[in-house]
Design a protein around this ligand. Structure first.
Ligand SMILES: [Zn+2]
Length: 94
C-alpha cells in the first residue's frame, strides 16, 4: 500500500460556475474554497472538503455531518482564522 501524500494544496477562488462553496479533488489532494464565505463557513467548508480527501468513500451526507460537527466544535473552542501580513511567519506557540 502506497502512503498517500498528506500535504493538501488549498486554492482560494470564486466558485460561481461550480455552484459550490468548496470542492475537493481527491487524486490531486486539492481543496478549492470560495473566499467570499464568512470565517465560520470557511472553517466548515475546509473541514468538509478535507473530509472528502481523508474518507473518499464516505457519502456526501456523512461528510456534511463531519464538516458541521468539526467546525462547530472548533468554533465553540474559540478557534478562529488569523490573517497574517504577506510573508509573515505565524508566531510559534508551544
Ligand atoms: Zn461534499
Amino acid at each position: 500500500m502506497s502512503r498517500r501524500k498528506s500535504k493538501v494544496k488549498v486554492v482560494w477562488r470564486k466558485l460561481g460556475k461550480e455552484k459550490a462553496w468548496g470542492m475537493a479533488t481527491i487524486g490531486e489532494n486539492l481543496i478549492e474554497i470560495d473566499p467570499r464565505l464568512g470565517a465560520k463557513r470557511q472553517l466548515e467548508v475546509l473541514c468538509h472538503e478535507q473530509g472528502h480527501l481523508t474518507f473518499p468513500d464516505k457519502s456526501e451526507q456523512e461528510i456534511d455531518r463531519l464538516g458541521k460537527d468539526l467546525a462547530a466544535l472548533l468554533w465553540a473552542q474559540n478557534y478562529r482564522k488569523v490573517v497574517l501580513a504577506p510573508n509573515a511567519k505565524p508566531p510559534r506557540i508551544s
